[in-house]
Design a protein around this ligand. Structure first.
Ligand code: 4AD
Ligand code: MG
Length: 431
């Protein structure tokens, strides 16, 4: 008897198979018992006829509890009404481990309870669908860059310096010296761009965010491309091409998952089409004022402002040329107005907020030196970063995209905590 994954069963009608998995749920109807088995690849209706199996098999089918691990053996039958169009007519059943009362039941549970049981919650249908979308997205990201001849450069997690401001640094002791968990791999990519031209990193990043919002995690995954000789306009085009291609890929390959999540796919379709609206920071401020927001030129935008700006467009929007004073130290000034930075934020529609932040990088050694001082950063920790401008300086640009923000948007979730397998937040480190 061959071992089969549930996903393969539609192609095995009439064959005898053995499927290993967990009991998702069960119901009885007289002399029939319907066991829904899941194995990660799908859900299978396994039918036990009291009169068609040994007494012991029937007893096991009656005894088996939710989330017990088990193997079912039988013949694959066509059944139009069952998921996948097939069911299993059970001949034998083996309980591997009988599960005591499972904490997560079909009834409503609060978010804290579910997060405390995240290790089990991952088995639930919705969570399963979210992780599959995340998987498609992350593979799509690597594929996007691989097809364009980028080289993946893994950046370190333990670092001597900050890249995105000192307010959100996690500090740790490094054999008597201070070290910080990386907020971004960008600074390490810039030297690598001088070695390979087009590079990217993709890994966990850390921010000691003291705020409790639905958009912030303390540990999140970021993908960051960095491209030698690329200018600001080219960066905007790349960001747009990247996001539109990824959304199209997920819509194409995750239909079932999005359906399970009851995600309105028509809301995502505009994002597959380029171009995306581009709006100057100054115009964005005016637009917000027109909508009754109390903002003035020079303010950073919060979640509410981002939501209002993205409102009417079904596509992500790109806000460009922010005041240099509210952005990171490494951003190239706008040649037409040096108080502005060649910076971009991409804002997802439907109130999902910023998904991308990027910029052209400062080219001048002297200016970078000045900015490091202005931001109160310890110069000696950035000597190597200044070297990028000393030994063959070159124009370059890049951006970072937070994976969980994008998964949250694609899946239509209400909070980032469901977009990562094990969320880390201000008051959550368990499990
Ligand atoms: O805008 P940020 O801070 O940009 C950087 O880190 C640059 N060094 C990137 C680059 O140019 N290479 O972060 C980039 C993205 C944000 O747009 C957002 O999607 C995500 O990272 N992000 C977070 N996601 C979850 N939780 C948080 N606390 C996040 N902070 C940023
Ligand atoms: Mg940002």
């Amino acid at each position: 008897m061959r071992e089969a994954e549930i996903r393969e069963l539609p192609g095995l009608v009439g064959e005898q198979v053995r499927v290993s998995g967990w009991l998702y749920n069960a119901r009885s109807s007289g002399k029939l018992r319907f066991l829904v088995v899941r194995d990660g690849s799908g859900y299978l209706q396994a039918v036990v006829f009291k009169t068609g199996v040994a007494e012991k098999v029937w007893a096991e089918a009656e005894r088996v509890t939710q989330e017990s691990s088990l193997c079912v053996m039988g013949t694959v039958k066509e059944e139009k009404r069952a998921p996948g169009g097939v069911e299993l007519q059970v001949e034998d059943l083996e309980i591997v481990q009988l599960c005591p009362e499972y904490p997560i039941t079909p009834k409503e549970h609060g978010p804290d309870f579910l997060l405390n049981n995240r290790h089990l919650w991952l088995r639930s249908k919705r969570q399963h669908a979210v992780m599959r979308v995340r998987n498609e997205l992350t593979f799509g990201i690597r594929d996007f860059f691989y097809r364009r001849n980028y080289v993946q450069i893994d950046s370190p997690i333990l670092t001597p310096s900050s890249s995105e401001g000192t307010a959100t640094l996690f500090e740790t002791d490094y054999f008597g010296e201070k070290a910080y968990l990386s907020q971004s791999g960008q600074l390490y990519l810039e030297p690598a761009a001088a070695a390979h031209g087009k590079v990217y990193c993709f890994g966990p990043t850390f921010r000691a965010e003291k705020s409790k919002t639905r958009r912030h995690l303390t540990e999140f995954w970021m993908v960051e491309p960095e491209i030698a000789w690329m200018r600001f306009e080219g960066l905007l085009d790349l960001a747009e091409e990247f996001v539109s291609e990824l959304v199209a890929r997920v819509l194409d390959r995750c239909k079932e998952d999005l359906e399970r999540l009851e995600r309105e796919v028509s809301a995502l379709e505009p994002a597959t089409r380029r171009p995306y609206p581009r709006i100057d920071y100054g115009d964005a401020v005016e637009k917000l004022k027109g909508r009754g927001f109390e903002v003035k030129f020079g303010d950073d935008f919060g979640g509410d402002e981002e939501t209002a700006l993205a409102d009417e467009s079904g596509k992500p929007i790109m806000i460009t040329r922010y005041p240099a004073a509210i952005k990171a130290f490494y951003m190239e000034p706008d040649p037409n107005d040096p108080t502005r930075a060649l910076a971009v934020d991409m804002i997802a529609p439907e109130g999902y907020g910023e998904i991308i932040g990027g910029s052209e990088r400062i080219g001048s050694y002297e200016l970078l030196e000045k900015r490091i001082a202005e931001h109160g950063l310890p110069r000696q920790a950035y000597e190597w970063y200044l070297d990028v401008r000393k030994y063959g300086g070159f124009p370059h640009a890049g951006f970072g995209m937070g994976i969980e923000r994008v998964v949250t948007w694609l899946c239509g979730l209400s909070h980032l905590r469901e977009a990562i397998p094990y969320p880390r937040m201000i008051n959550r480190l368990y499990p």
